[in-house]
Structures are given as C-alpha cells and as structure tokens.
Design a binder for this molecule. Structure first.
Ligand SMILES: [Cu+2]
Length: 505
C-alpha cells in the first residue's frame, strides 16, 4: 500500500505533490495552436485518494484541462507528447480514424518513446461522447485516460449545461503485481458482500447451484462473495476479480466530490464515461430522473430512468431537467456486485452539499443486458442481409488465460473481412465472467441478444453476459485497415482476450 513504491514513480517529488488541484472537465473549445496541432501531454501527476497521495498518469492540454473538446466537422489535429517516463500509445476510443492513427500498440502504432511525440490529423464527422486512453501495457489502470468530447455544432445554441464525468476504478497497488497475482491463481479477493439478486426477477441465490464445472475452477481461491446469480442464462457469474481501493469521478471520491454549479429548473447534459480498468458500474441518478439519449456517443431513442447499466468503456449521455428547488443533487456510479461508489454533485448556488457516503445502502446487482435489450438506435444501420457471419467463442483457461476463438492475442490471425461486407459477429461467452467487447474503427449495431433479434443501439463497446450469454453485432466494413477487437477489461485483454480484423479497401 506504499504509494511511492509503485513502478515508475520513485522520483515523485515534493514539488509535484503540491499541485493536486483537479481542473474542471467543463472544457471550453479552444482555438487551434499556431502550428495547427493542439498539444496533449501524457504525464505523471499526483492526486489525493482517501487522504493519501497517489501517483498516476494524465492526459492534459497546456492549460491543465483534461482531454479534448472539439466540434464535429473539424479535424482531430493533435500532437501527443509523451512525458510519462516510459513508452506509451494513446487510443481515441470511439473515433473512426484511418487505421494507422488508431493508437494501438502491436496493431496500428509503435509506442512513442519517453520524451517523444506523435502527430495525428484526421477528420471527425460524428459528434459524441468519446474518450482517450493508453493502449499499451497496463497504463490504463494508472489513469492514462481522459474525455474526448465531440460537440454537435447544430446544438451550439441550446440552453443546456454540459457536465463531463470520467469514472475510474482506483488501486494503490501496482497493476503488474495485480496481473501477476491473477495469473498465479490467487484471485484478488473482491467485494465480500453477498450481492442482491439482479433487479427484474432472478431466481435469487441458490446455493446448490454454486458447484462449478471443472473447466471453471481455474480461478484458485475462488471468491464466493463475488459470485452471484446473474446473467440472462441463470448461471453463476463471477464479478470483479480485482479489489479496488476506491472509485473515482473526475479523479475524486465522495469525500470531496466535484460540485457543478447548476441553475435550478435548468437542463443538464451529463456526458458520462466509464473509464474503469475492470469495473462494470451502475449509473445512479439518486433522486433525479434522467433521459438517456445516447450510448457510446451514438443517439438512441430516449429512455427515462434513474439507474442505468454502465459497463467498462461505455458512455452514457443523459439529459436531466433539474428541479426548481434550490438544492444539491448527487449523481453516483456504483460498482456491480457491491456497494462501493463515487459521484459528482449538481448543486444550485448556495445549496449545501451534505456528507455523502462512499458506500451505497445496498449491494447493486450484476450489470447485464437489461438496458441493452431496451435500447433502440435513433439511426439504425440500413436494412441489409449479412454478407459474412461469424460466431466468436469467448473462452478461459488456467492461469488467467482469456481467449477469443481459442487463441490468445488472436494468435496473429486477423478475422477475415472484405470491404463492403455487412458483418454479423456473434459473441458467445463460455466463461464465468461478463466481457465488455470493443471493436475499433467502426460503430456496430447490437442486433440480437441470446438469439432474439431487435434493432438495438449503435455503439462501440457491448457487454456480453457470463455463462453462455450471446450478443450479435452488425457493422459495415467501410473503414479498411487493421483493427483491434478485444475485451475492454484490462486484465482480460492482458490475459489474451484480444484479436484483430483486417481488410483492404
Ligand atoms: Cu473480459
């Protein structure tokens, strides 16, 4: 737990410890620099978590603002500088650049050496809530991530306050040590609360159903507290396999949350990013009601609610009509299968923000596909029969091996695709954990869950439930190149759950 013992941070100085101020993520659109590139610097920084200094990374502009805000129709013209003390590569999650600018080590770009920089320049047509994060090693766990907001110029005149929140799961431990321990079979003991049955009528806990198949015993020291009846198939799901010290919202815990000053009776657009390394969450609006208008930056037919499933790497855009009462309104993100939470506060001027507990009153269930099944794309893909189909097996083996179609890291065989294909890809999950699957370079539509077809959301990251959960996505092969396809759970990806697809124009 010694915060200064972690790899790469031995040199953290007293000087850097004094600049823990957290810049607001309400970023103005800034004019381009003279050379045409906005500079984003990947660097070390120190934040405070639960009263202790934490050495993490960050992605900031010269004015200290985190990430980037731009307008659709502009070019993403960025000079990325690397000052983190080791090589890195940053991926622009949700954008669809030419593949050479997608920022994935081993697929599209060699890591930028420490002290080096790399320029990016490509048009961005589509607005949305996106993000940027390291795609090299385990740096994402160390918060090498930031918002990437592409505003719609057509919405510029609207009287809506934008609130951007990047959520994270934080540990004082060295991520490499966590991975080594996972591989050794000593599962990090997850939250020990017995989770409540999922909302929506699961059968509840059936202890006689907890015997695991022999192929699923590879997680030595099985943490039964993290097990629960979950998923749509009714099997036993294994939830978090990493125990975190805190969840963060814009770098902060609920001991000292970011407070956004809002207008009573006004309208707020929450742009929410689950930037966690491995924690699926529930977005909990507390006493507020919201209207979900986009997932992963892509518009959906609006859905009203106060709790939304929020898997790793996903984004939620939620419109909140703030009550006229001059009060403070916390917005929480809660871990699945437990009650650890973080959040921000929307507060009218002068309203007092009371003490907020960093634990919810109850355990939250497993995140599944309850919301996914309800989502409908505002602009679905054109009606077209699949020209190519594939069923991809999500598998696991001993010693924290995670596979796609039986291979780790794609075994260097990209999935075959042809330009112009309407590809339907079915993820079939043969493991005891859910997997947030992410395809680079394309937006896909969710077109079936467990074989039941519907015109679901367009997105870039979808959760495939544990124990034979089946999700089918469709996309048009309209962005030739070599693209990563992987589980966004950082340790699963490191454990092999990654492949690629490739095609020529
Ligand atoms: Cu996974």
């Amino acid at each position: 737990m010694n915060t200064l013992s972690r790899r790469g941070f031995l040199a953290a100085s007293a000087a850097t410890l004094s600049v823990a101020a957290v810049p607001s993520l309400l970023l103005p659109v800034r004019p381009a620099r003279a050379d045409g590139h906005k500079v984003i610097t990947a660097a070390k920084r120190v934040i405070e978590v639960k009263g202790k200094a934490a050495n993490v990374f960050g992605l900031t502009q010269d004015d200290g603002s985190s990430g980037l805000v731009m307008n659709a129709g502009e070019n993403f013209r960025v000079r990325l500088k690397n000052l983190i003390g080791e090589p890195t590569v940053i991926h622009w999650h949700g954008l669809t650049p030419p593949w050479q600018q997608d920022g994935v080590a081993g697929i599209s770009q060699d890591p930028i050496p420490d002290g080096g920089s790399h320029d990016y320049d490509f048009p961005v047509a589509r607005p949305g809530t996106f993000w940027m994060h390291s795609h090299f090693g385990l740096q994402e766990q160390l918060m090498l991530a930031a918002p990437l907001i592409v505003r719609d110029p057509a919405e510029a005149g609207q009287d809506v306050q934008e609130v951007v929140v990047l959520f994270h799961d934080f540990t004082f431990r060295d991520p490499q040590e966590i991975l080594t321990e996972l591989k050794a079979g000593g599962h990090d003991m997850g939250a020990m609360q017995a989770p409540a049955p999922a909302a929506g009528g699961h059968e509840g806990h059936n202890m006689s159903g907890m015997a695991m198949g022999s192929g699923q015993m590879n997680h030595g020291g099985m943490n039964m507290g993290g097990m629960q009846m979950g998923g749509q198939v009714g099997g036993m799901a294994h939830l978090q396999d990493v125990q975190y010290d805190a969840l963060l919202a814009n770098d902060r815990t609920l001991d000292d949350p970011e407070v956004f000053s809002i207008e009573p009776g006004g309208r707020v657009r929450l742009r929410l990013i689950n930037g966690a390394a491995s924690t699926n969450m529930w977005l909990d609006l507390g006493k507020l009601q919201g209207k979900l208008i986009a997932v992963d930056g892509m518009p959906v037919e609006p859905i009203d609610g106060s709790r939304f499933e929020f898997a790793v790497a996903q984004r939620l855009d939620i419109i909140v009509e703030v009550p006229k009462e001059a009060s403070a309104w916390p917005v929480f993100a809660v871990q699945e299968g437990g009650r650890m939470r973080t959040g921000i506060v929307l507060a009218a001027k002068g309203a007092s923000v009371g003490k907020l507990a960093d634990m919810a009153d109850e355990d939250f269930p497993a995140v599944g596909v309850e919301l996914e099944q309800k989502l409908r794309a505002a602009k679905p893909l054109s009606e077209k029969a699949a020209t190519r189909e594939h069923t991809m097996m999500l598998g696991e083996g001993p010693n924290y091996v995670w596979t796609l179609d039986g291979a780790m890291h794609g075994a260097d065989t990209p999935l075959a695709v042809k330009s112009g294909d309407r590809f339907e890809l079915t993820f079939m999950n043969h493991t005891t954990m859910s997997h947030p699957m992410h395809l680079h370079g394309h937006h896909f539509q969710v077109v079936a869950i467990n074989g039941k077809r519907f015109a679901g959301a367009l997105r870039d990251s979808v959760l495939v439930p544990a124990n034979m959960g089946m999700v089918t996505i469709a996309f048009d092969a309209d962005n030739a190149g070599k693209w990563a396809l992987h589980c966004h759970h950082l340790y699963h990806m490191a454990g092999g759950m990654m492949t690629s697809l490739a095609y020529d124009a």
